[in-house]
Design a protein around this ligand. Structure first.
Ligand SMILES: Cc1ncc(COP(=O)(O)O)c(C=O)c1O
Length: 331
């Protein structure tokens, strides 16, 4: 199993701070989760039905009906390699480690590269990237991605774009055209875990060409998402007023965090932000991670890249984060 953020219990033990005193900024999950609607008992009692309306509501929210609902992005990430005959694959990194793990454990020939241009230059038939990227927060404009998808299509290849952190900036999303006649060889992944704060519900979507979606659906089997999760997801995806408010909240908090990190950490390279988290490279990223952990604030350290990634804090957590960052002296 790979390491992920959110492991508060382990941190509490290691740093001797009681569990209930921690602020968890290690995941990039929104601190404001979608308010739970009442869940009818039938959702618990009956088998989930694929025509319960979730796909229609999701198609409206994402602007594309070429979709398959999955139990979060994770099952799709794991199954994608098995949908293609062995070929050369390029992943743009550093990025979400589950992508690398899934393709590394497959029959494909994997190359890790640091840009889309480098990925295209490898002659890979499949390119995988996250937009915005986790952890670097790097973002490609949609026209660049669509051009790359067209280039890959010309070599009978595919572009996979994971937009798990994409909801706060929908103008960057290529999901509306994934798998349609405008971009038939483009596949995108979406998640309700981050923007909606519903990581525990395990709901996500794949957008792709219908033959590919059918193959994936067959591999995943029936009832991949529980009835209660489908109910909550329908409410969250339909509630446009809440979504608009959430975008404002996340963008404001994102700007505030990016500014604070820029002022205090004074990194050599600019702090990059997705709204939900901000990331920067620091010579002593490890030292900052420890400094915050000793104050009961868990962030995410990427030691190999000297990156520190901090999620946005809820309003009541902000002061503690600010004080902890202000007391940091980079050594
Ligand atoms: C880029 C990216 N994609 C996908 C996932 C997994 O999301 P889900 O909860 O939908 O499985 C994560 C989780 O951190 C992620 O960072």
């Amino acid at each position: 199993m790979l390491e992920h953020g959110g492991r508060l219990r382990a941190a509490a033990q290691q740093y001797g701070v009681p569990l209930e005193q921690w602020i968890d900024l290690s995941t990039g999950i929104s601190p404001w989760l979608y308010p739970m609607p009442d869940i009818p008992t039938t959702c618990w009692h009956r088998l989930p039905e694929p025509d319960d309306g979730l796909d229609t509501i999701a198609a409206q929210y994402y602007g594309n009906h070429q979709l398959l609902a999955t139990a979060g992005s994770q099952p799709a990430i794991q199954q994608l390699p098995s949908l293609f005959a062995p070929c050369r694959v390029a992943i743009i990194g550093p990025t979400y480690n589950e992508h690398v793990a899934a393709w590394r454990h497959s029959a494909h020939e994997l190359r890790l590269v640091d840009s889309l241009a480098a990925a295209l230059a490898t002659d890979a038939r499949i390119i995988i990237l996250c937009n915005p990227n986790n952890p670097t927060a790097m973002q490609y404009p949609p026209e660049v991605l669509l051009h790359a998808a067209a280039q890959l299509q010309a070599r009978n290849g595919w572009l996979v774009v994971d937009e798990a952190y994409g909801d706060a900036y929908p103008e960057y999303s290529v999901t509306p055209v994934a798998g349609t006649s405008r971009a038939p060889h483009l596949i995108t992944l979406r998640s309700l875990g981050k923007f909606f704060g519903l990581a525990g519900a395990r709901v996500g979507f794949v957008f792709a060409d219908s033959a590919l979606l059918e193959q994936l659906a067959d591999q995943l089997g029936p009832w991949t998402i529980s009835g209660p999760a489908r109910w909550v997801a329908q409410h969250a995806l339909a509630n446009t007023a809440w979504q608009t408010n959430q975008i404002t909240h996340i963008k404001d908090a994102g700007v505030r965090l990016k500014l604070l990190m820029t002022q205090i950490l004074a990194p050599a390279e600019p702090v990059q932000s997705t709204g939900l988290f901000s990331t920067c490279r620091l010579p002593n990223a490890q030292g900052l991670f420890k400094h915050l952990a000793e104050r009961g604030i868990l962030v995410r350290l990427f030691p190999n890249e000297s990156l520190i990634r901090i999620g946005i804090a809820a309003d009541h957590e902000w002061k503690r984060l600010e004080l902890a960052l202000r007391s940091w002296k980079n050594t």
